[in-house]
Design a protein around this ligand. Structure first.
Ligand code: GLA
Length: 394
């Protein structure tokens, strides 16, 4: 083959590779497993400050959470200030120097996330990115931001004005594409988190507008009822999740005080089976050893972060007992046995429902104990609002 022909062949192959690359994430190579980190909203709401972020980054390292896989420190709404004369977004007085803060977070081996809205205003009424998308993306990149949560909120004004459902949908999709392209053109890899509460079945199109993750529901709160209502309803959408693009049933409430330890274990287990982003939402600087143990259960984290990237689903339900399973890269399966009742229940688990024949081997992921060989029906007592979580193989 002549040099020219070889060159032409290489070019053709490269063009083919580019053409066949699905336009999924805004930047490839990020969020290949569900993002893990911390976000300010669930605990601090409007009270997030530069000092809070530094303290949480410190605690993330000191507690061992970074070593367990938690990487992103995400500033949610209320950091935004006014725009300057050139239209550049500035921080408000709570964040004196965002670049210095990013440098600090990076010096801890962590990454920094930020928040905005495609509308003129954010949910909390601060400055949004409408009409300033490229400029804002460039600012984020210059600051050293690694993650953007882009929250629909203010754009609803434009969506309502659009006249029809189709037109409103187009306004929303165009806005998400616009910021995807703006982020891409900075050349800095940033995780792109869509927050629009599941509107128009976002799981069907979230990846095509560059989302690395997309919220599937309205906001979580620190009650078992709300957490369970969100988590146990994530049925049948696993096919839309995979490396680089994940369903997001919202951030964790573990450690915020509104649930029992068993309920928080349910929260953590269910989110892991759902291959959900694990964004802690508590105060890491003051958390109890019990909270830390739940958040850093490595067996459960391994289920969430499994390389296969398959979201789990419900495989059986008997009254208040639900069995959920998630296929894992090594051929084993994570099996969550959940009790949604307020009294302990005995579950009768048929591993046939999870695709196994005959006896299986199992490990209890909360007791950190190998159970040896067990067979169906596996009768096990599950605490009120609690979970027994197994890894099962043959
Ligand atoms: C919305 C989002 C929350 C949080 C707030 C901030 O409600 O869903 O996660 O970001 O806005 O204002």
């Amino acid at each position: 083959m002549t040099l020219f022909r070889r060159y032409a062949l290489l070019l053709a192959l490269a063009a083919l590779a580019l053409a066949s690359t699905p336009l999924v994430a805004q930047s490839s190579g990020v969020a290949m497993t569900p993002p893990m980190g911390w976000n300010s909203w669930n605990h601090f709401h409007r009270n997030v400050t530069d000092a809070v972020i530094r303290a949480e980054a410190d605690a993330m390292v000191k507690s061992g959470m970074r070593d367990a896989g938690y990487t992103y420190i995400n500033i949610d709404d209320t950091w935004e200030g006014e725009r300057d004369a050139q239209g550049n977004i500035q921080t408000n007085s709570k964040f004196p120097d965002m670049k210095a803060l990013a440098d600090y977070v990076h010096s801890k081996g962590l990454k920094l996330g930020i928040y905005s809205s495609p509308g003129a205003k954010t949910c909390a009424g601060f400055e949004g990115s409408l009409g300033h998308e490229e400029q804002d993306a460039r600012t984020y990149a210059a600051w050293g931001i690694d993650y953007l949560k882009y929250d629909l909120c203010g754009l609803r004004v434009q969506m309502r004005a659009a006249g029809s459902h189709e037109a409103a949908h187009k306004v929303m999709v165009d806005a998400y594409v616009k910021m995807r392209d703006a982020l891409r053109s900075t050349g800095r890899p940033m995780v792109y988190s869509l927050c629009q509460y599941g509107v128009d079945d976002v799981w069907e199109w979230g990846a095509s507008v560059g989302g690395n993750l997309w919220r599937t529901t309205g906001d979580i709160n620190d009650t078992y009822e709300r957490m369970a209502d969100i988590g146990f309803n994530q049925i049948g959408i696993g096919q839309y999740a995979g490396p680089g693009h994940w369903n997001d049933p919202d951030m964790l409430e573990v450690g915020n005080g509104g649930m029992t330890a068993d309920e928080y274990k349910t929260h953590m287990s269910l989110w892991a089976i759902l291959a959900a982003p694990l964004l802690a939402g508590n105060d890491l600087a003051t958390m109890t050893p019990e909270t830390l143990a739940i958040l850093t259960n490595r067996d459960v984290i391994a289920v969430d972060q499994d390389k296969l990237g398959k979201q789990g689903d419900r495989i059986d339900a008997d009254g208040a007992v639900e069995i959920w399973a998630k296929p894992l890269a090594d051929g084993s399966k994570a099996v969550g046995i959940f009790n949604r009742q307020t009294t302990p229940q005995t579950a009768h688990v048929d591993f046939g429902r999870a695709g196994f024949t005959g006896a299986v081997k199992a490990r209890d992921l909360w007791l950190h104990k190998d159970l040896g060989s067990i067979s169906s029906p596996y009768n096990v007592t599950v605490p009120a609002h609690g979970v027994v979580m197994l890894r099962v193989w043959q």
